[in-house]
Design a protein around this ligand. Structure first.
Ligand code: SAH
Ligand code: SF4
Length: 394
């Protein structure tokens, strides 16, 4: 049963990636948690803990150190003792691929499960697309990730671990504000970030920490399929840019392609967008709209979208995403001239509506193509899984 205003339990197994060797991974822990852990194992008293955790933090997030031996401003006995209790880990890289357009995709493993991250280089920026879950409890009909049966939340350490690994691979240590290749982060990989709220928040807080990776909240975007009860908290406690996967303007079509719509409808969602803290004309909400041939791409749909955005007086921009196909997908990509026309109608309605150029399609790295097992399943099996997932939360 849904109780208005309360966040329901979500059927996702909790993210606990305990290490077999019993050592604790400092990655993903807040500075205060590192200080507490130092006291707990007897490596600092309450007075020293703050200072030491600050030094360790800086080595980890400013210098990218993974070896305590390198932390030269700590005494040798302390460094040795740290290594007896802790590690500074990274997810394991199972496979790394590079697209002909320069997009890179990594298949990562930790805690026995696999997930993907993608780096998209552009002339003026480099965007890391980060996963929040292994799989996704939701089942948007156009999304490959939604077909995965296995779902678990990633820990804060596994989420920030993706950023650390990307930095390692780009050779971007120590952190410098100027000349970075990795300039932006989008929570648009596998999973629904607002169904893993605490871990996503904790990880992004570390990404934004001025003494660490120091990425501005203006360079981070969180994309949600519309988990309405969590949106206000996302604005208050994380405060990054918001992207909303709208994808349709009628109940009928959105119910079909984004089944979460049956729980939180379009109007409830747009009202939550109007109330999103920090949204204004300088920081507009991005509405993502996947272009599916003959499904949601008519002139009428485009006019409907303009009407909705105007009615809710939203500081909005629209991002049109040509559908990226995957094995077994049932939709087709809208024709380029259709996408163009759709975009023009939105522009004429007063909203910017650029078309997102597909990146990394050849290595299945584009939006909605991420999936961490090569398992092939039939349409009937897909529908069965969708029904099972929906039954778990309706
Ligand atoms: N779960 C979040 C974020 C991950 S998906 C969300 O749904 O918003 C990132 C974006 O890719 C979303 O807008 C999603 O709807 C879109 N997407 C999913 N599958 C796609 C596909 N096959 N082609 C194009 N975009 C897709
Ligand atoms: Fe999950 Fe987002 Fe894919 Fe929908 S589009 S199934 S919410 S990852």
């Amino acid at each position: 049963m849904t109780i208005p205003g309360l966040v329901e339990a979500v059927p996702v197994p909790r993210a606990i990636a305990a290490r077999a060797d019993g050592l604790r991974d400092l990655i993903g822990m807040a500075r205060s948690a590192i200080a507490d852990a130092l006291v707990e194992v007897g490596l600092a008293d309450a007075r020293q803990a703050g200072m030491r955790s600050k030094q360790i933090w800086s080595w980890i997030y400013n210098r990218g150190a993974t070896d305590f031996a390198a932390m030269s401003d700590l005494s040798k006995p302390l460094r040795e003792a740290l290594a007896l209790h802790f590690v500074v880990g990274r997810p394991e890289v199972v496979e790394a691929q590079v697209s002909t357009d320069g997009t890179r995709k990594w298949l990562l493993r930790s805690g026995g499960e696999e997930y993907e991250m993608v780096f998209i280089p552009d002339a003026d920026r480099g965007t890391l697309c980060v996963s929040s879950q292994v799989g996704c409890t939701l089942n948007c009909r156009f999304c490959f990730t939604g077909t995965m049966k296995l779902v678990r939340n990633l820990t804060a350490g596994e989420i920030i671990g993706q950023v650390m690994l990307a930095r390692d691979s780009l050779g971007e240590w120590p952190s410098q504000p100027e000349g970075r290749l990795l300039t932006n982060i989008v929570m648009m990989g596998m999973g629904e970030p607002l169904y893993n709220f605490d871990n996503v928040r904790d990880a992004l807080k570390i990404v934004m920490d001025g003494d660490g990776l120091a990425l501005s909240k203006r360079r981070i975007t969180l994309s949600t399929s519309g988990v309405v009860p969590m949106m206000a908290r996302a604005g208050e406690e994380i405060g990054v840019n918001l992207a909303v996967s709208l994808h349709a303007v009628t109940k009928e079509v959105r119910d079909e392609i984004v089944p979460l719509n049956k729980r939180y409808g379009i109007h409830e969602l747009l009202a939550a967008c109007s109330a999103y803290p920090g949204a204004n004309n300088a920081r507009r909400i991005t509405f993502e709209y996947v272009m599916l041939k003959d499904k949601n791409d008519s002139d009428e749909d485009a006019h409907g979208l303009v009407d909705l955005l105007q009615r809710y007086r939203l500081p909005a921009k629209v991002n049109l995403i040509p559908f990226n196909p995957w094995p077994g997908s049932i939709y087709e990509t809208s024709l380029p001239e259709r996408v163009e026309r759709f975009s023009q109608i939105i522009y004429a309605g007063g909203f910017s509506a650029p078309v997102r150029r597909p990146r990394g399609r050849d290595i299945m790295a584009a939006c909605g193509q991420l999936k961490s097992s090569s398992e092939k399943i039939s349409r009937a099996e897909l529908d069965k899984r969708a029904a099972e997932k929906e039954a778990a939360w309706v």
